[in-house]
Design a protein around this ligand. Structure first.
Ligand SMILES: Nc1nc2c(ncn2[C@@H]2O[C@H](COP(=O)(O)OP(=O)(O)OP(=O)(O)O)[C@@H](O)[C@H]2O)c(=O)[nH]1
Ligand SMILES: [Mg+2]
Length: 393
């Protein structure tokens, strides 16, 4: 499963985001280091379900009226402070929790109501732009420390006549998600000595930050927009490439209200409708959430995860089926599975994503939308419905 990690300074709203996105019961508090041990759970990215092109909606548990929710892993870690890689704050062990994350949501308190260490201050007094880059820096230095720790081994390997730096680095960095291509491209862009023994700290740091950039792209979640001073989101947008304004607290309230049957709201909707009895106080709270949603196009919680997966990681959703006319599996379930694949993925990639046996036994594929056999080189599009014919079926 694709993995999204929430990182950022303490008290920015990571656990609130996590709680809203997974509906798990975790601690949230207005002080730094509420979270110590990481929380891991399942959340979803949202896309249009192919059943919108059928006469009836598919009725899958992860589909609501054609809004399809595709499972991803969400990780909420302890707050990060400048200097964490040297052990400041809760230290750097928890950075290891990010090792297998595919993408990072850097949750920033856009209201400027918490200082660099996450202590509450008057709203508007801390500049959130300061909180954008240190997360990348700490991650870079953390990765550099992993490279440092293992460099002796690389030096030893380099004495062998068939030493290959690409191969050695792929072995070292595969654990953080680096592929052969990531390593090859990184080495191509770097200026470094041939002999690993001649590498200086700066070479290892440059390698680490380039690999981090390729393996852990970041989306900035400009959280607490409900109380953020005007202009802060704009300035954050100038400071980072991908910024999603959000109110994690608002999303949490809406999900709870939806669960209680008080509002009609699906995660990622731009608006909601009050359908149950609410007190004046509740209505006031809901009105405030609506104000932020109207300004920013929603609460941003779903939007941040969707941006991370569909924009930064450039994934598509494909739907494997067994019956190409009814779009069902063997048990008559319509569109039972949704699989996230890299853009450019082919039917064989889909087969392997379903199961390695299905991939090994791949014979051919059928585009169920067109009812036509497709070649093995066909690039699957977002929303592809595909029947895989395999020995292993
Ligand atoms: N106004 C407002 N407050 C929020 C929002 N999201 C979270 N908060 C508040 O911010 C405080 C910190 O929230 P947490 O979710 O515990 O923050 P965290 O980043 O997990 O903090 P640590 O675990 O200490 O690193 C709590 O008081 C939340 O209620 C939001 O969208 N708007
Ligand atoms: Mg927390």
């Amino acid at each position: 499963m694709l993995s999204i990690a929430l990182a950022g300074k303490p008290n920015a709203g990571k656990s609130t985001f996590y709680k809203a996105a997974t509906m798990a019961d975790v601690d949230v508090g207005n002080y730094p280091f509420t979270t110590i041990d990481a929380n891991r759970g399942v959340s979803h990215v949202r896309t249009d379900c192919p059943c919108l092109d059928l006469e009836e909606r598919c009725g899958d548990d992860n589909c609501r009226d054609g809004k399809r929710y595709v499972p991803v892993e969400l990780i909420d870690v302890a707050g990060l402070v400048p200097g964490a890689h040297e052990g400041r704050g809760l230290g750097n062990q928890f950075l290891d929790e990010l090792t297998n994350a595919d993408v990072i949501l850097n949750v920033v308190d856009a209201s400027g109501g918490t200082d660099a260490e996450g202590e509450p201050v008057e709203v508007g007094t801390h500049d959130p732009v300061e909180d954008v880059h240190f997360v990348e820096e700490e991650m870079d230095l953390w990765l550099a420390s992993i490279v440092d720790r293992n460099w002796e081994s690389i030096e030893r390997q380099s004495r062998s006549p068939d030493f290959d730096i690409d191969e050695a680095l792929v072995n070292l960095l595969a654990g953080v998600g680096a592929t052969e291509l990531d390593v090859a491209r990184t080495l191509r862009d770097l200026d470094y000595p041939e002999d690993p023994i001649a590498w200086e700290d700066e070479h290892r740091e440059a390698l680490a930050s380039e690999i981090r950039r390729r393996t852990k792209p970041l989306v900035v979640v400009a959280n607490k927009v409900d109380i953020a001073p005007e202009g802060n989101v704009e300035r954050l947008r100038e400071a980072a490439d991908h910024v999603v304004p959000a109110t994690a607290d608002g999303e949490l309230a809406l999900r709870n209200a939806a669960k209680a049957g008080v509002v009609d709201y699906d995660p990622g909707d731009p608006d909601f409708e009050v359908v149950g009895d609410v007190s004046d106080q509740q209505r006031e709270g809901l009105d405030r959430i609506r104000e932020a949603m109207t300004e920013w196009g929603g609460t941003g919680v779903q939007g941040a995860m969707d941006t991370a997966v569909y924009d930064l990681l450039d994934r598509i959703t494909a739907y494997p089926v067994q019956n190409e006319s009814k779009w069902t599996d063997g048990q008559e379930n319509v569109l039972p599975d949704a699989v996230l694949l890299r853009r450019g993925a082919t039917p064989t990639d889909l087969a392997y994503a379903v199961h390695s046996d299905i991939g090994d036994g791949y014979i051919h594929a059928v585009d169920a939308r067109k009812g036509m056999r497709i070649s093995d080189e066909t690039e699957l599009a977002e929303g592809a419905v595909v029947k895989i014919v395999s020995d292993a079926n």
